[in-house]
Design a protein around this ligand. Structure first.
Ligand SMILES: Nc1ncnc2c1ncn2[C@@H]1O[C@H](COP(=O)(O)OP(=O)(O)OP(=O)(O)O)[C@@H](O)[C@H]1O
Length: 201
């Protein structure tokens, strides 16, 4: 099968999961960068073993799984620790992501990566697709879905690359202001184009 990969990105609550599921309905395999990032620190993984050798049991929960908030706290104000953790985990994430992309069997594969551009993961893909909605709609949809305040959503939006920058860098943009039925037609049109592109790759 072709190893053509489309990187799917967009800000918080823009509709990446919704769009990815519509591609999956067309038979397209998905790899999710956030899931991979959790898999490389599962109990028994090289990632978690190395983290606990370095930082000790203070980064573990009672069941020996990673205590994410403890690790976040440690690296928050300490760039040396943060760099060490990034140097450990980024290559592990990249290797696992490539492994999963490699075992995908559909005509092309979607890599869902909220921080596609921020983490330079666009280098791993053949084409980039951004799901786009206004900041106002992002805040509305995210705070309806999750029990988070509008201020928290704004803070997360500010930590991500600006919408304008992503719009500029993406090869394709899918506007998600409309109804889900409209979104589905747009996904099908993109899907047909990606099939063509992957055949020519
Ligand atoms: N076109 C739409 N109209 C109305 N609601 C929508 C639409 N698309 C998505 N949603 C809803 O908006 C919320 C956010 O969508 P979704 O979870 O797909 O976004 P996401 O980009 O994956 O979010 P995150 O970055 O937080 O993982 C969900 O509750 C989803 O059902």
């Amino acid at each position: 099968m072709s190893k053509f990969v489309v990187g799917l990105t967009g800000g918080i609550g823009s509709g990446k999961t919704t769009v990815a599921n519509l591609f999956a309905e067309q038979g397209i395999d998905l790899v999710d960068a956030d899931i991979v990032a959790r898999e490389v620190v599962e109990i028994g993984s090289e990632g978690l073993n190395k983290l606990s050798e370095h930082f000790g049991t203070r980064i573990l929960k009672l069941d020996s799984s990673l205590n994410r908030s403890a690790l976040r706290e440690i690296i928050f104000n300490n760039p040396t620790h943060r760099d060490w953790v990034n140097k450990l985990l980024h290559p592990l994430i990249r290797i696992e992501m490539l492994k999963q992309l490699d075992s995908a069997v559909s005509a092309y594969t979607i890599l869902i990566a909220p921080l596609l551009f921020e983490n330079d993961l666009d280098r791993l893909v053949n084409r980039t697709l951004m799901v786009d909605i206004s900041t106002q709609e992002q805040v509305k949809r995210t705070s309806t879905r999750d029990s988070v305040s509008q201020e928290q959503v704004h803070r997360i939006i500010e930590s991500q690359a600006p919408r304008a920058k992503k719009l500029q860098r993406a090869d394709d943009v899918i506007d998600n202001h409309g109804e889900i039925s409209a979104l589905k037609s747009k996904v099908i049109a993109l899907h047909n184009n990606y099939i063509k592109l992957s055949n020519n790759a």
